[in-house]
Design a protein around this ligand. Structure first.
Ligand code: ADP
Ligand code: ASP
Ligand code: MG
Length: 407
């Protein structure tokens, strides 16, 4: 008897009809003699609606109450799915994250999962029931409900699969796999039959919303293959796993667009040792994540400009911190710009194929798209451009790198 772990995203359980279809699919798997654990997200846009509702009461809620509220969407879908299974004679039980033993750090809103206590889960599985678990949540050491970050149900599923020592975690969603880029932006985007953990980690961290970053991180640590596939078709989707063929041919495997960033410039800072340390330590102390950093020197040689990017929701706070440090450092000014987007190329083949960056810059310049910032690693190149040029940049790069012909 094997353990099968499925996760269904918001759209896949968005209506009563869809919940019934998911139930029929799960019953088939159970009838083959498998033990089945299912993790669900909230129906459709429920979580966004709960946040909108909250904002009518207060824009700055107590974090504990925020988690109490936004974790409720998953309880609705989990209980409805358990009922749908029971009504087609498939024994089932729904459990909250806490009831299923999902233990988290003591941090509201974005805790990490620290452990999954399996006793209850295994007890229910032994009785032959399908166990449906609310994604996106667990409990902390006080027994409070904690959420693990937007889009986190993917991570709940992989963590539970890892605890159960399942080989594969099947993530069902509204696309039939991971594509060379977001198919909503490029209609010629191609489905990849497999992608390495490393590439998927980069794509997810660079803005591809198809999988939660920490789900990929957890899968790679525990050696779990993620099979991302459509909840409406039977076809195979994309396998996210260890690199198999070491000789890769394409340099670029995927393109991501992140429109959730903003840029800050600290201008005319006296150029001496310790400046960068001061600015970025102050930001780190406030838990603000800084991504790209560019330092440029003025012709006088004694002044420098420092520009960096942050996540858009952190902009206001980051500007306040930067202004404080700028005053201490006697910098001339701090400027902020949220009219930007980041376009990134990803592929482990880049390591051995020079010229990818040059081709990216040339392609953008041919379309008169100005590059404001650049960051590279062995397997990615990111450029910050004006926000309105972001989608266009993805489209022309997708074509230039032949991703519309990938098989
Ligand atoms: P779920 O609700 O099932 O978790 P999400 O909305 O979080 O689903 O993720 C699926 C969406 O991710 C797709 O509808 C697609 O538009 C988007 N997406 C972004 N980048 C990619 C990509 N490279 N491949 C496939 N889908 C992508
Ligand atoms: N429902 C949560 C969200 O919308 C978690 C998830 O869907 O993964 O962020
Ligand atoms: Mg998702």
């Amino acid at each position: 008897m094997s353990i099968v772990v499925h996760k269904y995203g918001g759209t896949s359980v968005g209506t009563p009809e869809k919940i019934k279809n998911v139930a029929a699919r799960i019953k088939k798997v159970r009838d083959l003699g498998n033990q089945v654990v299912v993790i669900v997200s909230a129906m459709g846009h429920t979580t966004d609606e709960l946040i909108a509702l909250m904002q009518k009461i207060t824009p700055e809620p107590d974090p504990r109450e925020y988690d109490m509220l936004i974790s409720t969407g998953e309880q609705v879908s989990a209980s409805l799915l358990a009922m749908a299974l029971q009504s087609i004679n498939c024994p089932a039980i729904s459990l909250t994250g806490g009831q299923a033993g999902v233990q988290t750090e003591d941090i509201y809103r974005k805790a990490r999962i620290t452990h999954v206590h399996l006793e209850r889960l295994q007890k229910e599985l032994k009785t032959g029931k399908v166990v449906v678990i609310t994604g996106f949540q667990g409990i902390d050491s006080k027994g409070d409900i904690i959420t693990i970050g937007r889009g986190g149900s993917d991570t709940s599923a992989v963590a539970i699969a890892a605890a159960l020592k399942a080989d594969v975690c099947e993530i069902y969603t509204d696309v039939d796999g991971v594509y060379t880029t977001d198919p909503r932006i490029v209609k010629e985007a191609r489905k990849l039959s497999f992608i390495t953990y490393e590439e998927m980690l980069e794509l997810a961290s660079l803005g591809a919303q198809v999988l939660h970053l920490r789900a990929v991180e957890c899968a790679s640590i525990y050696g779990i293959t993620i099979h991302l596939r459509s909840s409406e078709k039977e076809d195979q989707g994309t396998f996210i796993e260890e690199a198999k063929k070491m000789e890769k041919k394409e340099a670029v495997r995927g393109i991501a667009l992140d429109e959730n960033i903003a840029k800050i410039g600290v201008l005319k800072v006296p150029d001496k040792p310790g400046i960068a340390a001061k600015i970025f330590t102050a930001l780190a102390n406030e838990k603000i994540n800084v991504d790209m950093i560019v330092q440029s020197i003025h012709s006088s040689g004694s002044l420098a400009d420092m520009a960096f990017s942050v996540e858009r929701p952190d902009l206001k706070q980051a500007v306040e911190v930067a202004k404080k440090v700028a005053k201490e450092l006697k910098a001339e000014n701090v400027v902020a710009d949220d009219d930007v987007a980041k376009v990134s190329l990803v592929g482990i083949g880049m390591v051995s194929q020079p010229g990818t960056a040059a081709k990216m810059f040339e392609t953008l310049s041919n379309e008169k798209i100005n590059i404001q910032m650049i960051a590279t690693s062995e397997i990615k190149i990111s450029c910050v451009v004006k926000r309105e040029a972001g989608k266009k940049a993805v489209q022309i790069l997708h074509k230039a790198f032949g991703l519309d012909k990938v098989s």
